[in-house]
Design a protein around this ligand. Structure first.
Ligand code: SAM
Length: 285
C-alpha cells in the first residue's frame, strides 16, 4: 500500500483536482474492502485516528466535533420541536452522538448502507461510535433513498451525513426528503466546499431551493476537509423559517453540560454569513 511506503496519507480526488491534504501516518489500524467501499482507519501524528472511505477523509478525532455539532445543531435549533430525527449515512456515529444530546429529540433513526463502516467505527473510533449506544438511537442498514420511500411523513428533521453517493445529491432525493418530513420539517445535507467544488455546491443548493420554500447554505471550519471548510444546504417546509436566527438558544452552562465544543448561537448565526463570491454564485445576496 502506498501510504505505508511514504509514511503519509494524501487525499487525492477529482472532486478537488490539484490539491491534496496529507496526514503523517503512525499506524494503519484497519484496512478492508467492504461490499460498498474501501475502508481505512489510520492513527495520525497530528489528528488522532482518522476514518477514510474510498480515499476521502470522513473524520479525524481532533476536528470531527466541528462538523458533527454543526450538521446537527444548525437544523435542530431551527426547528421548534425536533422530536423525530433521521440520519442518512453517518455510519461513524458522530452525528447520532450530538443529536442525542438535544433535550427535545426523542427518537433518532440512522440508516447507513454499509454495516462494515458501523462495525469498524465501533471498534476503532469509540469516541464517535458511542452515539450508537444511546437509547434514543435505532440503526438500520440499507440505502437511504430506499429507506425514505418507505417512511413518508415521519420525521421532523432529516440530516444527510453521507459521502458523495451520486443519487443522494440529485433532485429526486430532495423530493423524497420533502415527502418524508412531517409538516414544517427541516433538512440539512453535507454540501461540499465553495473553494474547490463550486459546481457541487451550486447543484446541491439548486435542488434544495427547487424543492423547499426556504433554502440556504452555511459553512463551518474543519481543518481536515479539503480547503479546511465544508458547507451544508438547509431546507425548510415552513416558509417562516429564518435559518440564520436560531429558535432554540442553549446557554453556555447547557452547552458545557452537553459537552459541546464548537456550536453556540453566535456560531450558528455566523455560519450563514457568506463571502461575496459565494453569495453571487448561489444568488443568495
Ligand atoms: N462526514 C462525512 C463526510 O466526510 O462526508 C460523512 C461520514 S459518514 C461515515 C458517510 C456514510 O455515508 C458512510 O458510512 C457510507 O456508508 C454512507 N452512505 C453512502 N451512501 C449511502 C446511501 N445511499 N445510503 C445510506 N448511507 C450511505
Amino acid at each position: 500500500m502506498n501510504i505505508l511506503k511514504s509514511g503519509w496519507f494524501s487525499e487525492v480526488s477529482d472532486l478537488w483536482p490539484g490539491l491534496a491534504l496529507s496526514l503523517k501516518v503512525e499506524e494503519v489500524l484497519h484496512s478492508e474492502r467492504s461490499q460498498f467501499q474501501e475502508i481505512l482507519v489510520i492513527k495520525t501524528k497530528a489528528h488522532g485516528r482518522a476514518l477514510i472511505l474510498d480515499g476521502a477523509i470522513q473524520c479525524t478525532e481532533k476536528d470531527e466535533f466541528s462538523y458533527h455539532e454543526m450538521i446537527s445543531y444548525l437544523p435542530l435549533c431551527s426547528h421548534p420541536k425536533p422530536k423525530d430525527v433521521l440520519i442518512v449515512g453517518g455510519g461513524d456515529g458522530g452525528a447520532a452522538r450530538e443529536i442525542a444530546k438535544h433535550p427535545d429529540v426523542e427518537r433518532i433513526t440512522l440508516v447507513d448502507i454499509d454495516d462494515r463502516v458501523i462495525e469498524v467505527c465501533k471498534e476503532y473510533l469509540p469516541r464517535l461510535s458511542l452515539g450508537f449506544s444511546n437509547p434514543k438511537v435505532t440503526v438500520f442498514v440499507g440505502d437511504g433513498f430506499e429507506f425514505l420511500r418507505n417512511h413518508l411523513g415521519e420525521f421532523d428533521v432529516i440530516i444527510t451525513d453521507s459521502s458523495p453517493a451520486e443519487h443522494l445529491f440529485k433532485q429526486p432525493y430532495y423530493e423524497l426528503l420533502r415527502a418524508s418530513l412531517k409538516p414544517n420539517g427541516i433538512i440539512a445535507s453535507q454540501a461540499g466546499t465553495a473553494w474547490e467544488s463550486m459546481q457541487q455546491v451550486q447543484s446541491t443548493f439548486q435542488h434544495c431551493k427547487t424543492v423547499f420554500p426556504v433554502a440556504t447554505y452555511a459553512v463551518t471550519a474543519v481543518p481536515t476537509y479539503p480547503t479546511g471548510q465544508i458547507g451544508f444546504v438547509l431546507g425548510s417546509l415552513d416558509s417562516r423559517t429564518n435559518f440564520a436566527e436560531p429558535m432554540r438558544i442553549f446557554s453556555d452552562e447547557d452547552l458545557d453540560q452537553m459537552e459541546m465544543k464548537y456550536y453556540n448561537d453566535k456560531v450558528h448565526r455566523a455560519a450563514f454569513i457568506l463571502p461575496r463570491f459565494v453569495e453571487k454564485e448561489l444568488q443568495v445576496a
